[in-house]
Ligand binder design. Structure first.
Ligand code: MG
Ligand code: ZN
Length: 430
Protein backbone atom coordinates (compact mmCIF):
# COMPACT_ATOMS: atom_id res chain seq x y z
CA UNK A 1 0.00 0.00 0.00
CA UNK A 2 2.69 2.40 1.05
CA UNK A 3 4.86 1.43 -1.92
CA UNK A 4 2.07 1.97 -4.42
CA UNK A 5 1.31 5.36 -2.86
CA UNK A 6 4.92 6.38 -3.38
CA UNK A 7 4.80 5.12 -6.93
CA UNK A 8 1.63 7.08 -7.51
CA UNK A 9 3.26 10.27 -6.20
CA UNK A 10 6.35 9.62 -8.30
CA UNK A 11 4.35 9.09 -11.46
CA UNK A 12 2.26 12.20 -10.74
CA UNK A 13 5.44 14.21 -10.26
CA UNK A 14 6.99 12.99 -13.47
CA UNK A 15 3.83 13.76 -15.39
CA UNK A 16 3.69 17.25 -13.90
CA UNK A 17 7.34 18.22 -14.18
CA UNK A 18 8.67 16.51 -17.29
CA UNK A 19 6.86 17.30 -20.49
CA UNK A 20 6.21 14.27 -22.70
CA UNK A 21 8.63 13.66 -25.55
CA UNK A 22 7.55 15.63 -28.63
CA UNK A 23 6.13 13.69 -31.55
CA UNK A 24 7.37 16.24 -34.08
CA UNK A 25 10.62 18.20 -33.93
CA UNK A 26 11.39 21.18 -36.13
CA UNK A 27 14.94 22.53 -36.01
CA UNK A 28 15.40 26.00 -37.43
CA UNK A 29 18.79 27.49 -38.27
CA UNK A 30 19.21 31.19 -38.99
CA UNK A 31 22.46 30.97 -40.92
CA UNK A 32 24.80 33.73 -39.75
CA UNK A 33 22.18 35.05 -37.33
CA UNK A 34 24.29 36.29 -34.41
CA UNK A 35 22.65 38.31 -31.59
CA UNK A 36 23.38 41.58 -33.42
CA UNK A 37 20.94 40.50 -36.13
CA UNK A 38 18.05 39.78 -33.76
CA UNK A 39 18.76 43.06 -31.95
CA UNK A 40 18.84 45.05 -35.20
CA UNK A 41 15.65 43.29 -36.28
CA UNK A 42 13.90 44.48 -33.07
CA UNK A 43 14.80 48.07 -33.98
CA UNK A 44 13.87 47.50 -37.63
CA UNK A 45 10.41 46.29 -36.48
CA UNK A 46 9.96 49.02 -33.85
CA UNK A 47 6.53 50.63 -33.99
CA UNK A 48 7.48 54.32 -33.84
CA UNK A 49 3.95 55.31 -32.80
CA UNK A 50 4.42 53.70 -29.36
CA UNK A 51 6.81 54.83 -26.61
CA UNK A 52 8.34 51.36 -26.19
CA UNK A 53 10.58 49.14 -28.31
CA UNK A 54 8.38 46.12 -28.94
CA UNK A 55 9.60 42.55 -28.51
CA UNK A 56 9.95 40.47 -31.62
CA UNK A 57 9.11 36.81 -32.05
CA UNK A 58 12.79 36.09 -31.33
CA UNK A 59 12.57 37.89 -27.96
CA UNK A 60 9.46 35.92 -27.06
CA UNK A 61 11.10 32.58 -27.85
CA UNK A 62 14.58 33.13 -26.36
CA UNK A 63 15.77 30.43 -23.94
CA UNK A 64 19.58 30.28 -24.00
CA UNK A 65 22.93 30.81 -25.67
CA UNK A 66 25.35 28.50 -27.43
CA UNK A 67 29.04 28.48 -28.27
CA UNK A 68 29.75 27.64 -31.91
CA UNK A 69 33.46 26.86 -32.32
CA UNK A 70 34.48 23.95 -34.57
CA UNK A 71 36.85 21.17 -33.47
CA UNK A 72 39.49 23.17 -31.62
CA UNK A 73 42.24 21.95 -33.95
CA UNK A 74 40.45 24.32 -36.40
CA UNK A 75 40.43 27.30 -34.03
CA UNK A 76 37.47 29.18 -32.60
CA UNK A 77 35.58 30.43 -35.69
CA UNK A 78 33.27 27.95 -37.40
CA UNK A 79 31.90 27.67 -40.90
CA UNK A 80 28.35 26.53 -41.62
CA UNK A 81 29.33 22.93 -42.40
CA UNK A 82 31.11 22.22 -39.11
CA UNK A 83 28.35 24.04 -37.21
CA UNK A 84 25.59 22.12 -39.00
CA UNK A 85 27.41 18.89 -38.22
CA UNK A 86 27.65 19.92 -34.54
CA UNK A 87 23.92 20.75 -34.47
CA UNK A 88 22.97 17.53 -36.28
CA UNK A 89 25.33 14.95 -34.75
CA UNK A 90 26.59 16.36 -31.44
CA UNK A 91 30.25 16.15 -32.43
CA UNK A 92 32.86 18.79 -33.19
CA UNK A 93 34.53 18.58 -36.58
CA UNK A 94 36.63 20.57 -39.05
CA UNK A 95 35.39 23.49 -41.12
CA UNK A 96 33.95 22.21 -44.40
CA UNK A 97 32.91 18.81 -42.98
CA UNK A 98 29.42 17.55 -43.83
CA UNK A 99 28.20 14.98 -41.28
CA UNK A 100 31.67 13.51 -40.80
CA UNK A 101 34.02 13.70 -37.83
CA UNK A 102 37.59 14.97 -37.65
CA UNK A 103 38.75 11.59 -39.06
CA UNK A 104 36.29 11.97 -41.97
CA UNK A 105 34.09 9.14 -40.70
CA UNK A 106 30.30 9.44 -41.11
CA UNK A 107 28.33 10.20 -37.95
CA UNK A 108 24.57 9.63 -37.70
CA UNK A 109 22.51 12.82 -37.68
CA UNK A 110 19.33 13.57 -35.73
CA UNK A 111 17.44 13.63 -39.04
CA UNK A 112 18.68 10.15 -39.94
CA UNK A 113 17.87 8.86 -36.46
CA UNK A 114 14.36 10.30 -36.72
CA UNK A 115 13.93 8.52 -40.05
CA UNK A 116 15.23 5.28 -38.55
CA UNK A 117 12.58 5.62 -35.82
CA UNK A 118 9.85 5.74 -38.46
CA UNK A 119 9.31 9.49 -38.56
CA UNK A 120 9.00 11.42 -41.80
CA UNK A 121 11.78 13.90 -42.53
CA UNK A 122 12.25 17.05 -44.55
CA UNK A 123 14.29 20.14 -45.30
CA UNK A 124 12.89 23.58 -46.19
CA UNK A 125 15.57 26.18 -46.89
CA UNK A 126 16.21 29.33 -48.92
CA UNK A 127 19.62 28.18 -50.18
CA UNK A 128 20.11 25.25 -52.53
CA UNK A 129 18.94 22.14 -50.65
CA UNK A 130 22.43 20.60 -50.87
CA UNK A 131 24.10 23.67 -49.30
CA UNK A 132 26.16 23.24 -46.11
CA UNK A 133 23.41 23.54 -43.50
CA UNK A 134 20.78 21.15 -44.91
CA UNK A 135 23.58 18.84 -46.13
CA UNK A 136 24.96 18.75 -42.59
CA UNK A 137 21.68 17.13 -41.49
CA UNK A 138 21.04 14.84 -44.47
CA UNK A 139 24.42 13.92 -45.98
CA UNK A 140 27.96 12.81 -45.24
CA UNK A 141 30.83 14.21 -47.25
CA UNK A 142 34.41 15.22 -46.59
CA UNK A 143 33.73 18.62 -48.18
CA UNK A 144 30.77 20.99 -48.48
CA UNK A 145 32.12 21.92 -51.92
CA UNK A 146 31.21 18.50 -53.37
CA UNK A 147 27.74 19.76 -54.30
CA UNK A 148 27.03 17.12 -56.96
CA UNK A 149 28.05 14.25 -54.69
CA UNK A 150 25.87 15.62 -51.89
CA UNK A 151 22.90 15.97 -54.28
CA UNK A 152 23.47 12.40 -55.53
CA UNK A 153 23.54 11.10 -51.97
CA UNK A 154 20.01 12.44 -51.34
CA UNK A 155 18.87 9.85 -53.90
CA UNK A 156 21.45 7.12 -53.40
CA UNK A 157 21.84 6.89 -49.61
CA UNK A 158 18.98 5.20 -47.80
CA UNK A 159 17.91 4.77 -44.18
CA UNK A 160 16.21 1.42 -43.53
CA UNK A 161 15.89 1.07 -47.30
CA UNK A 162 13.99 4.35 -47.58
CA UNK A 163 14.87 7.73 -49.00
CA UNK A 164 16.38 9.94 -46.35
CA UNK A 165 14.14 12.92 -47.09
CA UNK A 166 10.38 12.82 -47.69
CA UNK A 167 10.21 16.56 -48.36
CA UNK A 168 12.89 18.75 -49.97
CA UNK A 169 12.09 22.41 -50.62
CA UNK A 170 14.58 25.10 -51.67
CA UNK A 171 16.89 25.88 -54.58
CA UNK A 172 19.30 23.78 -56.63
CA UNK A 173 18.40 23.05 -60.30
CA UNK A 174 22.07 23.42 -61.10
CA UNK A 175 22.95 20.37 -59.00
CA UNK A 176 19.84 18.23 -59.50
CA UNK A 177 19.42 18.65 -63.27
CA UNK A 178 22.86 18.02 -64.77
CA UNK A 179 24.30 16.62 -67.98
CA UNK A 180 25.60 13.52 -66.26
CA UNK A 181 22.54 12.92 -64.07
CA UNK A 182 18.98 14.20 -63.74
CA UNK A 183 18.03 13.66 -60.12
CA UNK A 184 14.68 15.40 -60.59
CA UNK A 185 13.66 12.69 -63.10
CA UNK A 186 14.99 9.99 -60.80
CA UNK A 187 12.97 11.30 -57.86
CA UNK A 188 9.86 11.65 -60.04
CA UNK A 189 10.19 8.05 -61.17
CA UNK A 190 10.60 7.03 -57.55
CA UNK A 191 7.19 8.56 -56.74
CA UNK A 192 8.03 12.11 -55.69
CA UNK A 193 5.82 15.02 -56.72
CA UNK A 194 8.01 17.69 -58.28
CA UNK A 195 7.29 21.43 -58.44
CA UNK A 196 9.53 24.20 -59.74
CA UNK A 197 7.42 27.28 -59.05
CA UNK A 198 6.34 28.39 -55.60
CA UNK A 199 2.83 29.12 -56.87
CA UNK A 200 2.42 25.33 -57.33
CA UNK A 201 2.99 24.60 -53.63
CA UNK A 202 -0.69 24.90 -52.74
CA UNK A 203 -1.69 22.34 -55.38
CA UNK A 204 0.62 19.58 -54.21
CA UNK A 205 -1.09 16.29 -53.37
CA UNK A 206 -0.76 15.93 -49.62
CA UNK A 207 0.96 13.15 -47.67
CA UNK A 208 3.25 12.31 -50.57
CA UNK A 209 7.00 12.72 -50.94
CA UNK A 210 7.85 16.05 -52.50
CA UNK A 211 10.79 17.65 -54.26
CA UNK A 212 10.41 21.40 -54.86
CA UNK A 213 13.26 23.32 -56.46
CA UNK A 214 12.66 26.99 -57.19
CA UNK A 215 16.01 28.40 -58.33
CA UNK A 216 19.26 27.44 -59.97
CA UNK A 217 21.20 27.91 -56.74
CA UNK A 218 19.74 29.86 -53.77
CA UNK A 219 16.31 31.53 -53.94
CA UNK A 220 16.20 35.25 -54.85
CA UNK A 221 16.62 37.66 -51.92
CA UNK A 222 13.49 38.15 -49.82
CA UNK A 223 13.70 41.84 -50.85
CA UNK A 224 13.31 40.82 -54.49
CA UNK A 225 10.13 38.79 -53.95
CA UNK A 226 8.23 41.31 -51.84
CA UNK A 227 4.74 40.55 -50.56
CA UNK A 228 5.46 36.86 -51.19
CA UNK A 229 7.06 35.55 -47.99
CA UNK A 230 9.08 32.65 -49.29
CA UNK A 231 10.33 30.69 -46.27
CA UNK A 232 6.87 30.74 -44.60
CA UNK A 233 5.41 29.29 -47.83
CA UNK A 234 8.02 26.51 -47.88
CA UNK A 235 7.63 25.70 -44.18
CA UNK A 236 3.83 25.61 -44.13
CA UNK A 237 3.91 23.27 -47.13
CA UNK A 238 6.61 21.07 -45.61
CA UNK A 239 4.72 20.70 -42.33
CA UNK A 240 1.46 19.88 -44.12
CA UNK A 241 3.24 17.22 -46.21
CA UNK A 242 5.06 15.69 -43.24
CA UNK A 243 2.23 15.40 -40.73
CA UNK A 244 1.58 11.73 -39.91
CA UNK A 245 0.84 9.41 -36.98
CA UNK A 246 4.47 8.55 -36.28
CA UNK A 247 5.70 12.15 -36.24
CA UNK A 248 8.23 14.07 -38.29
CA UNK A 249 11.58 15.86 -38.17
CA UNK A 250 11.96 19.02 -40.25
CA UNK A 251 15.07 21.12 -40.76
CA UNK A 252 14.29 24.72 -41.68
CA UNK A 253 16.93 27.25 -42.64
CA UNK A 254 16.82 30.99 -43.14
CA UNK A 255 19.92 30.48 -45.27
CA UNK A 256 20.57 33.93 -46.59
CA UNK A 257 20.92 36.04 -43.43
CA UNK A 258 24.51 34.81 -43.73
CA UNK A 259 24.69 35.88 -47.37
CA UNK A 260 23.56 39.38 -46.38
CA UNK A 261 26.33 39.36 -43.77
CA UNK A 262 29.00 38.18 -46.22
CA UNK A 263 27.91 40.88 -48.67
CA UNK A 264 27.86 43.47 -45.84
CA UNK A 265 24.34 44.27 -46.99
CA UNK A 266 22.24 45.42 -44.04
CA UNK A 267 19.06 45.89 -46.11
CA UNK A 268 19.18 42.35 -47.54
CA UNK A 269 20.02 40.96 -44.09
CA UNK A 270 16.97 42.64 -42.52
CA UNK A 271 14.80 41.38 -45.39
CA UNK A 272 15.99 37.84 -44.63
CA UNK A 273 15.41 38.34 -40.89
CA UNK A 274 11.83 39.34 -41.60
CA UNK A 275 11.26 36.27 -43.78
CA UNK A 276 12.51 34.09 -40.91
CA UNK A 277 10.59 36.13 -38.31
CA UNK A 278 7.33 35.52 -40.19
CA UNK A 279 8.18 31.81 -40.35
CA UNK A 280 8.69 31.68 -36.59
CA UNK A 281 5.39 33.50 -35.99
CA UNK A 282 3.66 30.76 -37.98
CA UNK A 283 5.56 27.96 -36.20
CA UNK A 284 4.70 29.48 -32.83
CA UNK A 285 0.98 29.41 -33.69
CA UNK A 286 1.40 25.89 -35.03
CA UNK A 287 2.81 24.70 -31.71
CA UNK A 288 -0.09 26.37 -29.88
CA UNK A 289 -2.50 24.21 -31.84
CA UNK A 290 -0.17 21.16 -32.01
CA UNK A 291 1.20 20.78 -28.46
CA UNK A 292 3.01 17.56 -29.51
CA UNK A 293 5.44 19.61 -31.61
CA UNK A 294 8.74 21.15 -30.45
CA UNK A 295 10.66 23.70 -32.42
CA UNK A 296 14.17 24.87 -31.66
CA UNK A 297 15.83 27.81 -33.36
CA UNK A 298 19.49 28.75 -33.31
CA UNK A 299 22.22 30.14 -35.52
CA UNK A 300 25.32 28.35 -36.72
CA UNK A 301 27.53 31.43 -36.18
CA UNK A 302 27.43 35.16 -36.85
CA UNK A 303 28.60 36.84 -40.05
CA UNK A 304 30.08 40.18 -41.06
CA UNK A 305 30.80 41.63 -37.61
CA UNK A 306 27.71 43.76 -38.09
CA UNK A 307 27.66 46.77 -35.80
CA UNK A 308 24.57 48.63 -34.59
CA UNK A 309 25.97 52.18 -34.48
CA UNK A 310 29.24 52.87 -36.28
CA UNK A 311 31.87 55.61 -36.72
CA UNK A 312 31.61 56.66 -33.07
CA UNK A 313 27.99 57.76 -33.50
CA UNK A 314 25.57 56.80 -30.74
CA UNK A 315 22.81 56.07 -33.19
CA UNK A 316 21.34 53.43 -35.48
CA UNK A 317 18.53 54.21 -37.87
CA UNK A 318 16.71 51.39 -39.65
CA UNK A 319 14.29 53.78 -41.40
CA UNK A 320 16.26 53.98 -44.71
CA UNK A 321 16.21 50.15 -44.89
CA UNK A 322 12.44 49.79 -44.77
CA UNK A 323 11.28 51.00 -48.17
CA UNK A 324 13.55 49.24 -50.65
CA UNK A 325 11.75 47.85 -53.69
CA UNK A 326 14.67 45.64 -54.65
CA UNK A 327 17.85 44.38 -53.04
CA UNK A 328 21.05 46.41 -53.46
CA UNK A 329 22.40 43.51 -55.55
CA UNK A 330 19.41 43.67 -57.92
CA UNK A 331 19.52 47.48 -58.00
CA UNK A 332 23.20 47.27 -58.94
CA UNK A 333 22.24 45.18 -61.98
CA UNK A 334 19.45 47.57 -62.94
CA UNK A 335 21.71 50.63 -62.65
CA UNK A 336 24.30 49.38 -65.16
CA UNK A 337 22.11 50.05 -68.21
CA UNK A 338 19.91 52.91 -67.11
CA UNK A 339 20.22 56.50 -68.32
CA UNK A 340 18.99 58.27 -65.23
CA UNK A 341 20.70 56.49 -62.37
CA UNK A 342 19.51 58.92 -59.72
CA UNK A 343 15.82 58.66 -60.48
CA UNK A 344 15.96 54.83 -60.60
CA UNK A 345 17.87 54.72 -57.31
CA UNK A 346 15.42 57.14 -55.64
CA UNK A 347 12.52 55.02 -56.81
CA UNK A 348 13.98 51.67 -55.73
CA UNK A 349 15.46 52.87 -52.43
CA UNK A 350 12.30 54.71 -51.38
CA UNK A 351 14.10 57.95 -50.46
CA UNK A 352 15.71 60.92 -52.22
CA UNK A 353 19.47 60.73 -52.58
CA UNK A 354 21.38 63.77 -51.29
CA UNK A 355 23.64 65.74 -53.65
CA UNK A 356 26.70 63.87 -52.33
CA UNK A 357 25.02 60.48 -52.71
CA UNK A 358 23.94 61.35 -56.27
CA UNK A 359 27.53 62.29 -57.01
CA UNK A 360 28.82 58.91 -55.80
CA UNK A 361 26.45 57.16 -58.18
CA UNK A 362 26.93 59.37 -61.23
CA UNK A 363 30.75 59.25 -61.20
CA UNK A 364 30.81 55.45 -61.57
CA UNK A 365 32.53 54.52 -64.81
CA UNK A 366 32.03 50.75 -64.94
CA UNK A 367 29.77 48.03 -66.30
CA UNK A 368 30.18 45.91 -63.23
CA UNK A 369 26.89 45.68 -61.27
CA UNK A 370 28.93 44.98 -58.11
CA UNK A 371 30.49 48.42 -58.31
CA UNK A 372 27.00 49.97 -58.31
CA UNK A 373 25.63 47.79 -55.52
CA UNK A 374 28.70 48.56 -53.43
CA UNK A 375 27.89 52.28 -53.61
CA UNK A 376 24.23 51.58 -52.74
CA UNK A 377 25.29 49.49 -49.74
CA UNK A 378 27.64 52.25 -48.61
CA UNK A 379 24.83 54.81 -48.81
CA UNK A 380 22.59 52.51 -46.74
CA UNK A 381 25.36 51.87 -44.17
CA UNK A 382 25.97 55.60 -43.85
CA UNK A 383 22.31 56.45 -43.44
CA UNK A 384 21.56 53.60 -41.02
CA UNK A 385 24.91 54.00 -39.16
CA UNK A 386 25.74 50.32 -39.69
CA UNK A 387 29.30 49.03 -39.46
CA UNK A 388 31.00 45.82 -40.59
CA UNK A 389 34.36 44.33 -39.65
CA UNK A 390 34.63 41.35 -41.99
CA UNK A 391 33.28 39.65 -45.07
CA UNK A 392 33.53 36.37 -43.18
CA UNK A 393 32.24 34.80 -39.96
CA UNK A 394 32.81 35.78 -36.34
CA UNK A 395 33.20 33.64 -33.21
CA UNK A 396 30.47 35.20 -31.05
CA UNK A 397 27.98 32.99 -29.20
CA UNK A 398 24.54 32.63 -30.73
CA UNK A 399 21.09 32.43 -29.19
CA UNK A 400 18.80 29.45 -28.72
CA UNK A 401 15.05 29.87 -29.05
CA UNK A 402 12.52 27.11 -28.41
CA UNK A 403 8.85 26.39 -27.85
CA UNK A 404 6.92 23.21 -27.17
CA UNK A 405 7.49 20.03 -25.16
CA UNK A 406 11.16 19.76 -24.18
CA UNK A 407 11.89 23.45 -24.82
CA UNK A 408 12.94 23.79 -21.16
CA UNK A 409 15.95 21.54 -21.91
CA UNK A 410 17.66 24.16 -24.08
CA UNK A 411 18.05 26.97 -21.52
CA UNK A 412 21.21 28.56 -20.13
CA UNK A 413 24.64 28.47 -21.72
CA UNK A 414 25.32 25.45 -23.93
CA UNK A 415 27.67 24.25 -26.55
CA UNK A 416 26.04 23.78 -29.97
CA UNK A 417 26.76 20.03 -29.72
CA UNK A 418 24.48 19.86 -26.62
CA UNK A 419 21.56 20.89 -28.83
CA UNK A 420 21.99 17.78 -30.98
CA UNK A 421 22.52 15.56 -27.94
CA UNK A 422 19.28 16.82 -26.40
CA UNK A 423 17.37 16.38 -29.67
CA UNK A 424 18.66 12.79 -29.91
CA UNK A 425 17.32 12.13 -26.39
CA UNK A 426 13.95 13.69 -27.21
CA UNK A 427 13.77 11.47 -30.31
CA UNK A 428 14.23 8.48 -28.03
CA UNK A 429 17.93 7.65 -28.44
CA UNK A 430 19.21 5.77 -25.39
MG1 MG B 1 23.58 27.62 -44.32
ZN1 ZN C 1 28.71 32.06 -44.17
Amino acid sequence: MKKSAILLVASLCSSVFASPAPKNIIMVVGDGMGPEYTTAYRMYMDDKSTPELEWTIFDRLLVGMASTHPHLSNGYVTDSAAAATALSTGIKTYNGAIGVDIDKKSVQTVLEFAKQQGRKTGVAVTSQINHATPAGFAAHNVSRQNYDEIANSYFDEKVNGQFKLDVMLGGGWKYFIRKDRNLVEEFKQAGYSYVDDMSQLAQLPTKQPVLGLFADVGLPWALDVQNKPRLPALVTTAVKQLENDKGFFLLVEGSQIDWGGHANDIAAAMGEMHDLGLTLEWLSHYVDSHPDTLFIVTADHSTGGMTIGARGEYNWDPEPLKHLRSSPEMLGKQLVDVNNRVSLANEQLGFELTKEEQQELTVIDSNDPKVFSKVIKKILDNRSVTGWTTGGHTGIDVQIFAKGPGSELFGGHRDNTDIAKTVFKLLGKK
